[in-house]
Ligand binder design. Structure first.
Ligand SMILES: *Cc1c(COP(=O)(O)O)cnc(C)c1O
Length: 401
């Protein structure tokens, strides 16, 4: 991490010393790692839903496209519209379910739709016909997630409807895995078998096989047979592992760190309590600093009793309740000054607080930690080092030009 970048960064960081700092070189390295893992002939759809897992929707979408991904995936229509309004021209699939009155907006913004039922596919075809356009559609098969999609045992009805949908171009057929990160592969294998069973429709009718995609991050790491013509990684592109068990499956570099600065230093006298509900009392005179960050930024209150932060490369415990806008840290006998950098998530010196570790404190998964970091926290991007930028043509050639 380039310290000067954070120190002299943008105006927003001067106004708010708390920032999510995103290392674009790490994002690039993760994209290259996924590219090597899946091979050159497989398309990569970078999943950038939920503000790119907290990293910033538009900057990350542009970055991943620069680093050689082929397409983008988002959960909701409005996320796709934001990408188009930012001038992004790459194919964008909205992975989530749709409601009829949204279809016209998909066509207006050239966004690919997920057809998750026969009725929805017909609706898409009708709206496309009425507006004189063609809709780009991916057909969603439910192989065991029970979220959206036509069950694998009914998939032929969706495929037959698709053959008649003259105003739709079928760009792909996909499904989603419910437990690809598990150490037990059996349900993933069941889902893959169901997916194949549904897709048999195409060769059986003498039709070309559409683009198939089912692999998310964990499947890319541990289920090579789930890698078809396209993959849909999210979490690993940001350098975070879906499960500790898979930590060594691919060399990943976490892209995001959450940093702030000390705004207050004091000595808490023995016997005095700190913060709401008085959950922590100093047993001796103790140096305590206050950080201008709290659960109102997505630094969760639920880790009040467990969290540690890095100051001068050393770990210190959070004391008392994390409040909406402030967090107190016990320095013990050590000292620190107003303005000194504090790392809540990420590396400082030789130590690092990983997203996985913070998720563990809260009893949740890394995905939730990243997406909790909210809009009050400015995002700051550390650009690629100059020598890496010079390698761009090589990245492009990896991706077939
Ligand atoms: C979120 C999501 C992904 C990406 O999942 P990761 O585990 O982050 O790789 C892929 N496909 C669908 C349908 C999703 O909702």
């Amino acid at each position: 991490m380039d310290e000067t970048q954070f120190k002299h960064g943008n105006e927003e960081i001067a106004l708010r010393p708390t920032a999510a700092v995103i290392d674009l070189d790490a994002a690039r390295s993760n994209t290259m790692a996924v590219r090597r893992k899946v091979g050159e002939g497989v398309k990569i759809m970078a999943v950038v839903k939920a503000n790119a897992y907290g990293h910033g929707l538009v900057p990350m979408a542009k970055a991943f496209l620069d680093y050689g991904v082929d397409e983008l995936g988002v959960a909701f229509l409005e996320e796709g519209i934001l990408l188009r309004k930012a001038g992004i021209r790459a194919p964008i699939l909205v992975l989530g379910g749709i409601i009829g009155n949204q279809i016209v907006h998909f066509l207006d913004y050239d966004l690919q739709l997920t057809a998750s039922s026969v009725f929805k596919l017909q609706q898409i075809d009708d709206v496309a016909a009425q507006t004189g356009r063609r809709a780009s559609v991916h057909l969603k098969i439910d192989t065991g997630m029970e979220r959206i999609g036509v069950h694998w045992y009914s998939a032929s009805s969706l495929f037959e409807t698709a053959l008649r949908a003259k105003h739709c171009v079928i760009r792909g057929v996909f499904s989603h895995l419910a437990s690809s990160d598990s150490s037990d592969p059996s349900f993933t294998e069941t889902q893959l078998a169901r997916f194949s069973e549904a897709l048999d429709f195409f060769p059986r009718h003498g039709l070309p096989m559409p683009v198939r995609h089912i692999a998310n991050s964990a499947a890319i790491l541990q289920h090579p047979t789930s890698i078809f013509e396209m993959v849909r990684p999210g979490l690993i592109l940001y350098g975070v592992c879906p499960s500790m068990r898979l930590a060594h499956a691919l060399a990943l570099r976490p892209a995001l760190s959450l940093r702030t600065r000390i705004v207050y230093f004091k000595v808490v006298r023995a016997g005095a309590s700190v913060s709401y509900d008085r959950t922590w009392t100093a047993d001796r005179d103790t140096r305590v600093v206050t950080l201008p960050v709290g659960y109102g930024d997505g630094y969760p209150r639920g880790i009040s009793e467990k969290a540690q932060v890095l100051i001068h490369g050393k770990r210190y415990p959070v004391v008392g309740r994390i409040t909406m806008d402030a967090t107190m840290v016990n320095l013990g006998e050590d000292s620190a000054h107003n303005g000194d950098e504090v790392v809540l998530l990420g590396a400082q010196g030789d130590d690092c607080i990983s997203v996985e570790e913070l998720a563990d404190w809260l009893g949740t998964i890394p995905y939730e930690i990243l997406t909790m970091i909210n809009t009050r926290v400015p995002r700051s991007y550390v650009p690629l080092p100059a020598e890496t930028r010079d390698q761009r043509p090589e990245i492009e050639s990896l991706n077939g030009g």
